[in-house]
Design a protein around this ligand. Structure first.
Ligand code: AMP
Ligand code: ZN
Length: 469
């Protein structure tokens, strides 16, 4: 067994958006990491840019587990309140899709929530030990926090809702301060300013159902302020507190959440309870297409299903993601992801022929541990994976990378009897130097989706990654 620096003895450093610095991680409870990842708005199929956020969260979790921590993880399901503008204007994304598809809001939410779990599964992101609370099932908890904020004087009402008064929180916008100001300005100029708001950054805690409108809201609840629905941000303050306590250790999301959503979560939770919300804030950069963020509104999205249709294994995509650091943009092209698929396939197909253990792997493992403990440096981890000489070290690294190499290699070399028969026949033809028959049998085998590699005295047969799809 290689020397594992287990038992939380490893110094872990993470880039903290809250302080703008790389800091040594210390958990609040010993050996336990409590982590909240902002989850999907379930109004459409998740795209592979969204999935970058969850692969990142998954690797972070596995890194902590590798070093001996227990991880309590929550990913929320936003099934109400996220408006098309990301601010407080426009239609609710779920309601809009429900009207478009002629289904109920609940049908839309459950359908796309299931699609999200399927995509997690395709990427080998385990779901059993993660909690996925839904916003619509925590309305009471959200109302409770709004009541506290009201009692403490942080709210005011307008004709369309109850708002948080950001001028009352002197630290408002402290997360990623510079970028927050710039983006908040842009967002507001795009959607037009709500004239009843006291400050441009103020945001809705509760929105009223509009009376007299032809279209009735599909989801609405009673509240002390009138019938309506919660603002988008309050669900995260309510559900993170309920399942992880306050403060908890780590909060993550894509960088688009820094300026508005995460600053608003911080404002609500700190003002209501006088405590920080989370100690570490980590943000992944975007997956991009032609240098632009992949997003549904730009119409440049691909889904996991599209990857499979294009013969890219979801695990090859996972591997491709890991070749970029989470804090840098990753530009998606079919060419680069296919190139990566070949490199990944090579690692898997070589795996069964490696030694069980190898002396030089000790130093590789040390470098690997340093790399992942240093703000999750997966590009270095992947280059070390390519240098590994034994099954043991690959298994160790895969505990963090989650590429399931052993398991996929087993599948790759699991060949049905009829194909093995053909291979035997070909081996005989080859030994007898009957090249015509041997070539003909090779064609037959390859047409069935297998690869034959001739070695000195024998040949090896396996499936391709594409054939494992
Ligand atoms: P949403 O479903 O829009 O609330 O987003 C779910 C998660 O995906 C959030 O953490 C977003 O920040 C993240 N996200 C959205 N687009 C991208 C992208 N192109 N690349 C990486 N992360 C993204
Ligand atoms: Zn959130």
């Amino acid at each position: 067994m290689l020397g594992l620096k287990n038992g939380c003895n490893m110094d872990i450093y993470l880039d903290n958006t809250l302080t703008g610095k790389k800091e040594r991680f210390e958990s609040i409870g010993s050996n336990v990491v409590k982590m909240y990842n902002c989850g999907p708005t379930v109004y459409y199929f998740p795209h592979i840019g969204n999935m970058r956020s969850y692969v990142f969260a998954n690797i972070l979790r596995k890194m902590f587990e590798y070093f001996g921590y227990e991880v309590k993880q929550v990913i929320n399901i936003t099934d109400v309140g996220h408006l098309v503008s990301d601010g407080d204007e426009g239609e609710d994304k779920i309601q809009k899709e429900a009207e478009k598809e002629g289904r109920s809001a609940n049908e839309i939410a459950r359908f796309y929530e299931d699609a999200f779990y399927k995509d997690l599964k395709s990427l080998y992101i385990e779901t059993e030990d993660t909690k996925f609370p839904r916003a619509t099932e925590h309305i009471k908890e959200q109302i409770e926090i709004i009541k506290i904020l009201e009692e403490k004087g942080f709210t005011y009402s307008t004709s369309d809702g109850v708002y948080f008064d950001t001028s009352k929180f002197h630290d408002y916008g402290k997360l990623g301060r510079a970028s927050a100001k710039a983006t908040a300005g842009k967002e507001i100029s795009r959607i037009g300013e709500n004239s009843e708001k006291k400050n441009v950054a103020d945001f809705a805690l509760w929105k009223f159902s509009q009376t007299g409108k032809e279209i009735k809201r599909l989801q609405e609840w009673e509240s002390p302020w009138g019938t309506g629905f919660p603002g988008w941000h309050i669900e995260c303050s309510a559900m993170s507190r309920k399942y992880l306590g306050q403060p908890f250790d780590i909060h993550t999301g894509g960088i688009d959440h820094i300026p508005v959503h995460h600053n608003n979560e911080i404002a609500q939770s700190e003002c209501a309870f006088g405590l920080p919300l989370a100690n570490f804030w980590l943000h992944n950069e975007f997956l991009k297409v032609d240098g632009q963020k992949m997003s549904k509104s730009l119409g440049n999205i691909y889904t996991i299903k599209n990857l499979i249709e294009n013969k890219v294994h979801p695990l090859s995509f996972r591997y491709w993601l890991l070749t970029s650091h989470y804090s840098t943009g990753a530009n998606f092209t079919w060419e680069s992801v296919r190139g990566t698929q070949s490199a990944f396939e090579k690692i898997i197909s070589n795996y069964p022929f490696l030694l069980d253990s190898h002396e030089t792997d000790k130093s590789i493992q040390e470098q690997f541990e340093e790399a992942i403990a240093d703000n999750l440096n997966t590009p270095i981890a992947i280059s070390l994976l390519q240098e590994a000489k034994s099954k043991e070290i690959i298994d160790q690294m895969d505990k963090v990378l989650g590429l399931n190499i052993r398991n996929v290699a087993d599948k790759m070399y699991n060949i049905p009897e009829d194909i093995l028969e053909l291979k035997k026949e070909r081996d005989v033809a080859r030994a007898e130097k009957n090249w015509q028959e041997s070539d003909q049998l090779r064609n037959q085998i390859e047409e069935s989706g297998y690869i034959l590699e001739d070695r000195d005295n024998n040949s090896i047969i396996r499936k391709t990654l594409q054939n494992l799809l």
